[in-house]
Ligand binder design. Structure first.
Ligand code: NAD
Length: 321
C-alpha cells in the first residue's frame, strides 16, 4: 500500500492516539489535530520526536487549515463518554456539526477519503436487537444523551450529503463500546470505572440492577475494523463491535475476578435514557471488510486491567480527570 498523509482529528484522545500510532507504524505521515478538551498531548508525547508525526492544537469548530496534500481525514474529534459530553453539551453538538462540516470541507478541498467515527449511540435505546445498520434507531431528541446521539446522527447525515452532493469519498463507521489501555480512569465509562474501583478496593458502582447489556470490543479489534474500512472503498455505515453480549453486572463481576479484588458491588441510580440492550450485527463488516473481532472479553479485560494497574500504581503519574 502507498504511504499516505493522514489527518486524524481528535488524535490526542483514546482511540485517536492509538490510530496515530498504528498509521505511523505502517509508514503513513500523520497530522494530529486536537483541542485537548477530553484528550491530552500526553497521549501522543511519545510520538512527538517522530518526523512523520505532527501535533496541531486546533479547535475543529474554528478555522481549520492544513497545508499541502492530504490523502485521508479520519474524523474522531468529539467527547465520547457520557461523563464528558454531559459536562460539555454545547461543545459536543458543535464538534459533531460545525467540526464535522470543517473536516468534510478539508477532505473535499484535498480530494481526500473521509472517515466519520460514528457510534452505536445512533441506535439510541434500540427496539431492534441485535442492531443492523438498516435500523434507524430510537433516540430521544431532547433527552440528556441527545447532545451526543443527535450530533452523531447529524454528522452521518452531513457526511452522506457531501458524498451525494460533492462526490466526496466518505465512509461511516459505527463504533460500539471499545475499551483498552489509555482510557482515563475517571472518564465515567463503565469499564475504566470498574477497573479503577476494583484495583483500589472500592465498591464497584453498577447502575440500575445491572441487567442492561453491553457488547464490549477490545481496542485492537476496533482499530483493525476502522483501518479495514478506511483502506477500502466501502462507504458504510458499518458496525464495528464485538457481538458477545454481557450484562453490566457480569462485566463488573468479571473485572472484579480478573483483578483479584474483593470489592463489593453497590447498585446506584441508572442514568436517564440508558439503553437496555446493545449488540452489533457484524455481518456487513464480515462480508464487506472481511473483519471480525478476535479478542474475547476476558483476554481484553485482563490486558486492560494490567495496563491500569501499572498506570495507577506503577509509579506513573496518577490521573485525576
Ligand atoms: P476521547 O474523548 O478520548 O477522544 C476525543 C478527542 O477529540 C479528544 O482528544 C478531544 O480533545 C478531541 N476533541 C473534542 N472536541 C474537539 C474539537 N472541537 N476540536 C478538536 N478536537 C476535539 O474519545 P474516544 O473514546 O477516543 O472517541 C473518539 C471518537 O470515537 C469519538 O468521535 C467518539 O464518538 C467515537 N466513538 C468512540 C467509542 C468508544 O467506545 N471509545 C465508541 C463509539 C464512537
Amino acid at each position: 500500500m502507498c504511504r499516505m498523509r493522514i489527518v486524524v482529528t481528535g488524535g490526542a484522545g483514546f482511540l485517536g492516539s492509538h490510530l496515530c500510532e498504528r498509521l505511523l507504524a505502517r509508514g503513513d505521515t500523520v497530522i494530529c489535530m486536537d483541542n485537548f478538551l477530553t484528550g491530552s498531548p500526553r497521549n501522543v508525547s511519545h510520538l512527538l520526536g517522530c518526523p512523520p508525526f505532527r501535533l496541531v492544537e486546533c479547535d475543529l469548530t474554528g478555522f481549520v487549515h492544513v497545508a499541502g496534500q492530504v490523502d485521508m481525514v479520519l474524523h474522531f474529534a468529539s467527547a465520547a463518554s457520557p461523563f464528558d459530553y454531559l459536562r460539555h453539551p454545547i461543545e459536543t453538538l458543535k464538534v459533531g456539526s460545525i467540526g464535522t462540516l470543517h473536516a468534510l470541507g478539508m477532505a473535499r478541498e484535498k480530494d481526500a477519503r473521509f472517515v466519520l467515527a460514528s457510534t452505536s449511540e445512533v441506535y439510541g435505546d434500540p427496539l431492534e436487537h441485535p442492531q443492523r445498520e438498516t435500523y434507524r434507531g430510537n433516540v430521544n431528541p431532547v433527552g440528556p444523551r441527545s447532545v451526543y446521539d443527535e450530533a452523531k446522527r447529524f454528522a452521518e447525515s452531513l457526511t452522506t450529503a457531501y458524498r451525494t452532493t460533492h462526490g466526496t469519498d466518505t465512509a461511516i463507521v459505527r463504533i460500539f463500546n471499545t475499551y483498552g489501555p489509555r482510557m482515563r480512569p475517571y472518564d465515567g465509562r463503565a469499564i475504566p470505572t470498574f477497573i479503577r474501583q476494583a484495583l483500589n478496593g472500592e465498591p464497584l458502582t453498577v447502575t440500575g440492577d445491572g441487567s442492561q447489556t453491553r457488547s464490549i470490543g477490545y481496542l485492537d479489534d476496533t482499530l483493525d475494523g476502522i483501518l479495514a474500512l478506511a483502506d477500502s472503498d466501502f462507504e458504510g455505515p458499518v458496525n464495528i463491535g464485538n457481538p458477545t453480549e454481557m450484562s453490566v453486572l457480569e462485566i463488573a463481576e468479571t473485572i472484579r475476578d480478573l483483578a483479584s479484588s474483593s470489592s463489593p458491588i453497590h447498585f446506584v441510580e441508572r442514568p436517564v435514557d440508558d439503553p437496555a440492550v446493545r449488540r452489533p450485527d457484524t455481518t456487513l463488516a464480515e462480508r464487506r471488510l472481511n473483519w471480525r473481532p478476535r479478542i474475547d472479553p476476558v483476554t481484553g479485560l485482563r490486558r486492560t486491567i494490567e495496563w491500569f494497574d501499572a498506570y495507577l500504581h506503577g509509579g506513573r503519574e496518577r490521573a485525576t480527570t
